[in-house]
Design a binder for this molecule. Structure first.
Ligand SMILES: Nc1ncnc2c1ncn2[C@@H]1O[C@H](COP(=O)(O)OP(=O)(O)OP(=O)(O)O)[C@@H](O)[C@H]1O
Length: 642
């Protein structure tokens, strides 16, 4: 489908009756599709008709291949490669065919997708394949990388389907960037260089999607899923970088409790799904009712889903909405609501913009300016050389030559001057022999004639005029050259800065990759990591211990000597006492004193923060004074012996 201008494209697909519905003879008389008119008419209980028109309507016979071709998604892919963002999202009630349309895989009894490359393949695998086919056609100096991310929003939490560590609560955080866009923090972005790589990430992510069974759908998506293909195109010739994003969104379906039969946890799930879709509908309604240029509050922030779709709906992307409906009469209300909001979406305008890196844009503009000035310069040179030639010609040839100059794309003021010069030359009298044969000559009075006589004065005046003009042109030429020089200089500076930034980026990228690989290695090397950790701990303790020892060595020098008078000890025997801290079992104090434990006679009191072994109880050891000092030194050096 051609995206018309900037309006959101809206198509409707009606799925066929499923075999179980056929078996149950489910009623399906309320939908009338007119493919030629691209319209759908639905009939209410009271036999009231409501007709809707869309960009395209697809009936139950539409195959996946036909849908892809008819939507002309190759054109959209080309836009993405040119640097525009685009979003395709499937919307509709539960069981209406959204996942079938976007993904197309069958599911086994355990709800896991059965991945087969057959006619059932949905839009996502087809788009991925064609995107890479298109990339292959690009010139060899443009290198493309497609970064793939895949998230699901389940009960207002965002999970990274491509990161097994992030598929459980609390999920990832939503952030706001400088381009006024929401983005998911810490999301795994997988660089891919082929369609198979993207598909294999997508398939592995699909297995993490939350799917369950209820009355309306045996494999119902319980989350909104967003597959993003972030395309980066690096031009090695110009150094420019172009980025764009293609978002492929499969929404969870709106659910009527009466239809799903959900209870308990499943009912809560339904309520959460409906809440996010309610916000989406509000966003659509607000945008649809806004007049051109009118500002209005759009409640994007009210749900994670609408936050992430901000640029897609009413923003800077191309956008295609595929509204899915089921043919059953029992879906009447849901179908009516889906068609109503799809119609509203038809009124929403987007403003797709090309995402050129700002530096690239400046370089491009400068290049354009240089090109323009160069062509002006070329023209000016041409004019100058023609005018220089003219000076030596006779008047008739001068006039002819000036006619040629007039045909050049001249500036208005120069054209006027050249025309004046030519008319002056043309109105000059011809040489005497020719003049006599001119009848017009007699029209001039003597006075007039004297004005046009080709006197040396007149000639020199005309020559002076021409030379003056040539000078002016040469001056203008010089100015142009200077400007070209300046612009070239600016361009070179910007290019150099660009290269430097790219190098820095590369460095950072390499560091990040190194870090990533270390992080990835962690599980295998956990033994090694824990050893490293232990060694680091040991090292820290050693440092602490050294510090302590240094400090304590200083204290030691103040330890009393074996000098009785200084100590005032009555006995030669001493006691080493250790007091345990009442709460922490760390030694509280170590004292060497006389037997009577007179604090004033203590050798020294140590309150060791870093005495290493815990003390299970107070202790007291009798020993000689020398032994006590030695033991205390031992404790300070090696730790507690008790
Ligand atoms: N065009 C189709 N042709 C054949 N079968 C279809 C088509 N569309 C849907 N189906 C089948 O209908 C059932 C419901 O479709 P699907 O799971 O895609 O619905 P859904 O809208 O994604 O539902 P939910 O919102 O609950 O996830 C599936 O069994 C699917 O295979």
């Amino acid at each position: 489908m051609e995206t018309k201008g900037t309006r959101i494209g809206v198509v409707v697909r009606v799925r066929p009756l499923l075999s179980k519905e056929l078996k149950a003879n489910s009623l399906n008389n309320r939908i009338d599709i007119n493919l030629a008119e691209k319209s759908i008419t639905i009939l209410s209980d009271q036999k009231q008709q409501k007709r809707f028109e869309f960009d395209e309507v697809f009936d139950e016979k539409t195959t996946q291949e036909h849908l892809y071709q008819k939507l002309k998604l190759d054109n959209l892919i080309k836009k993405v490669i040119e640097g525009y963002n685009a979003t395709i999202f499937a919307y509709g009630p539960t069981g209406s065919g959204k996942t079938y349309t976007m993904e197309g895989y069958e599911h086994d009894k355990s709800m896991k997708p059965i991945i087969r490359d057959d006619g059932r393949l949905g839009l996502i695998p087809r788009i991925v394949k064609n995107l890479f086919d298109e990339i292959k056609k690009a010139p060899s100096h443009i290198e493309y990388t497609v970064y793939c991310t895949y998230v699901q929003i389940y009960k207002e939490n965002i999970y990274d389907l491509l990161n097994p560590a992030q598929i459980k609560p609390p999920g990832l955080r939503l952030r706001w960037n400088q381009q006024e866009e929401f983005y998911v923090e810490n999301l795994f972005m997988h660089p891919c260089y082929s369609a198979n790589e993207v598909i294999s990430h997508y398939n592995s992510g699909l297995k993490n999607r939350i799917i369950s069974s209820h009355n309306a759908n045996t494999s119902s998506s319980r989350s909104h899923s967003l597959l993003s293909l972030n395309i980066e195109a690096m031009d090695s010739e110009t150094g420019s970088i172009l980025t764009s994003k293609l978002q492929l969104v499969d929404l969870a379906g709106s659910e009527k409790v009466s239809q799903t039969g959900n209870e308990g946890a499943a009912l809560k799930e339904s309520i959460e799904i409906n809440k996010a879709l309610f916000t989406l509908r509000q966003v659509i309604s607000t945008l649809a009712s806004m007049r051109d240029g009118e500002a209005s509050f759009v409640p994007y922030r009210d749900s994670k889903l609408t936050s992430l779709l901000k640029q897609s709906i009413g923003g800077n992307s191309y956008c295609l909405m595929i509204a899915c409906i089921a043919p059953l009469d029992s879906f009447f209300e849901d179908n009516l609501s889906t068609l109503t909001y799809a119609t509203k979406a038809l009124c929403i305008s987007n403003e797709p913009i090309r995402n050129i890196d700002p530096k690239t844009r400046v370089i491009k503009e400068l290049r354009k300016e240089v090109k323009r000035l160069n062509s002006e310069l070329l023209l000016a040179n041409q004019q100058i050389s023609m005018l220089t030639e003219i000076v030596n010609l006779d008047p008739k040839e001068q006039a002819n030559k000036l006619k040629e100059v007039e045909k050049l794309p001249l500036k208005a003021e120069n054209l006027v001057r050249i025309k004046m010069l030519r008319s002056n030359i043309e109105s000059m009298p011809l040489s005497p022999t020719k003049l006599q044969s001119q009848t017009t000559y007699s029209k001039f009075s003597d006075a007039e004639f004297s004005d046009f006589t080709l006197t040396p004065e007149i000639l020199s005046e005309k020559l002076y005029d021409s030379v003056k003009m040539i000078r002016e042109l040469m001056n203008a030429n010089k100015k142009l050259k200077d400007m070209v020089g300046d612009l070239n200089q600016q361009k070179r500076a910007l290019e150099a800065e660009n290269i430097q930034l790219q190098n820095e980026n590369q460095d950072l990228q390499e560091k990040l990759e190194m870090f990533d690989s270390l992080v990835k290695k962690k599980p295998q090397d956990s033994k090694m990591n824990s050893e490293i950790w232990m060694l680091q701990k040991e090292r820290e303790e050693l440092i602490k211990r050294i510090e302590f020892l240094e400090k304590e060595t200083r204290t030691q020098t103040t330890l009393p000597t074996n000098n009785k008078s200084e100590w005032g000890w009555k006995s030669k025997r001493t006691v080493l006492r250790g007091r345990k801290h009442p709460d922490t079992a760390k030694p509280f104090s170590l004292v060497v004193s006389d037997r009577n434990y007179e604090p004033r006679n203590s050798v020294g009191r140590v309150t060791p923060k870093s005495v290493y072994r815990p003390l299970s109880q107070d202790f007291q050891v009798d020993m000689s004074k020398q032994d006590a000092i030695n033991t205390l030194s031992q404790i300070l050096m090696k730790g507690m012996p008790y």
